[in-house]
Design a protein around this ligand. Structure first.
Ligand code: SF4
Length: 170
């Protein structure tokens, strides 16, 4: 299985989350944060969708790609800029390059922060992305679910109840 952008994102957040998602244990449908993110995607771009295309490359979906300017647009509802967001967009740029589109760039928009983040994929970044792919393949192939990360980083995770079920009040 070739990794998806979601797995690349999760690689940079939590290996346990990556493993659970890859093994079809999905909790995203129960998450308010995920629902909020979807709403943001649906409502934030309505007038601009004509310019953008949704494209699928090697199993990953890029929701908003501007083919004229070769720009991947990604919107995050987060109130924090995260390395995992940049990694996800760099993976999209890698997929575009792998499929013959040279020189594409990315733009992450943070409406809550009123900030944007430019993303590029340099020649030196390519081996790094290929390294992520290898680590993801190893994690997915592993029979053992990785352990939990520090609880302080888990608060907004859709797997929180799943991971901390023994601590929930009866
Ligand atoms: S709750 Fe924490 S340990 Fe569990 S999957 Fe989410 S981030 Fe990882």
């Amino acid at each position: 299985m070739f990794p998806t952008a979601t797995l690349v994102n999760y690689l940079h957040l939590c290996h346990r989350k990556l493993w659970l998602h890859a093994n079809h244990i999905r909790m995203e449908h129960t998450s308010e944060a995920v629902a909020e993110g979807k709403q943001l995607h649906e409502h934030a771009y309505p007038q601009r969708t004509e310019r953008y295309r949704e494209i699928t490359l090697d199993g990953s979906v890029i929701d908003f790609y501007d083919p004229y300017n070769k720009v991947v647009h990604e919107m995050k509802k987060s109130d924090k800029m995260e390395h995992s967001h940049i990694a996800q967009v760099q993976f999209y740029l890698y997929l575009l390059q792998k499929n013959g589109v040279e020189g594409a760039t990315g733009l992450i928009e943070y409406p809550k922060l009123r900030q944007t983040q430019q993303v590029s994929l340099t020649e030196e970044d390519v081996p790094m992305v290929e390294g992520w792919i290898r680590v993801i393949e190893q994690l997915v192939d592993s029979e053992k679910c990785p352990g939990r990360i520090a609880k302080s980083k888990c608060r907004s995770c859709s797997y929180f109840d799943f991971c901390y079920v023994e601590e929930l009040p009866e």
